[in-house]
Design a protein. Structure first.
Length: 287
């Protein structure tokens, strides 16, 4: 596992993708810090990270697009399957390598509150709490991008899929606002989500029967729940969509609040999509 981790980390740190990822994040942190902290004399580094978090939407696909799609394109994924390691350990090693690359600009960002303290009063607890939240947000996005990379052998397609997914996550609250708050509209939205779950399951297993059965059962569950108590559906889809907004959960950090629930949420998303990646690779091993 350590050998794979070192190989991946070396390829990122001494390769183009890792250099672009780290340098672009550092440049953006520097630009926003100059504009907000120094030019406007605003002593909150959390606001800087709140602005830079949107940059993750652009740079994370750069580092995740090659994680597994390149292996499949070059047919070196067969070497991974032949290693005396479980696929879960291989996936975790690759994931930790990308997380380590993310830790580089985050580590440099830890110097900013110290520098800013020379020019004014800094709340170190909220500043470093925001840096940790920013890092965990990046970890969650990397896990999602890694999973999408495992679905295709084209790095370009993997990058576009990842960017599209992040863009939808960023707009999820706005999209939820377009759905009427009526019970019927929420029920229809839930049924569409149930069908989407069946589609995702098919992408992971390539088993049309099981995927259709799961999607159909979920749709029937939604219909049954609606017939039992339709009033519970009113406005509920907006709450569900809000819980999926990864970027919006960072808002409390920008207000100087250390949100422990956001930490747990980001870690849960990271673990969930790492498991999804393992299952995707397991399916391809036996296909």
């Amino acid at each position: 596992m350590s050998a794979i981790y070192k190989r991946e980390l070396r390829s990122y740190l001494f390769g183009v993708t890792g250099a672009i990822f780290v340098s672009f994040l550092l440049v953006m942190i520097g630009v926003f810090s100059t504009a907000i902290n120094f030019s406007q004399r605003y002593p909150s580094f959390e606001i800087v990270l709140s602005s830079v978090r949107l940059v993750l939407l652009l740079v994370v696909p750069i580092i995740t697009m090659r994680s597994f799609s390149e292996e499949r394109h070059a047919k070196t994924d067969q070497l991974l399957y032949s290693l005396p390691l479980s696929l879960s350990r291989i996936v975790i090693a690759k994931y930790l390598a990308m997380v380590t690359v993310l830790a580089v600009p985050c580590g440099v960002a830890c110097l900013y509150p110290v520098i800013l303290s020379f020019y004014g009063t800094i709340n170190f607890a909220s500043a470093y709490g925001a840096i940790l939240g920013f890092f965990l947000l990046g970890c969650a996005l990397i896990a999602i991008g890694m999973f999408l990379s495992s679905l295709t052998e084209s790095q370009v397609i993997a990058a576009l899929l990842t960017f599209g997914a992040f863009f939808l996550i960023y707009l999820v609250n706005g999209l939820a606002g377009l759905i009427p708050a009526t019970a019927g509209a929420s029920a229809i939205a839930y049924m569409l989500c149930a069908a989407a779950v069946g589609g995702i399951l098919y992408a992971l297993t390539k088993n049309a029967t099981v995927s259709a059965a799961v999607g159909g059962i979920l749709v029937l569950v939604v219909v049954g729940a609606y017939l039992i108590d339709s009033t519970a559906f009113a406005g509920s889809i907006q709450k569900v969509f809000s819980s999926l907004a990864l970027f919006d959960r960072f808002s409390d950090f920008s207000n100087g609040i250390v949100d422990l629930t956001a930490y747990v949420y980001y870690l849960s998303v990271s673990a969930l999509f790492t498991v999804f990646t393992v299952q995707s690779m397991e399916k391809k091993r036996w296909a």
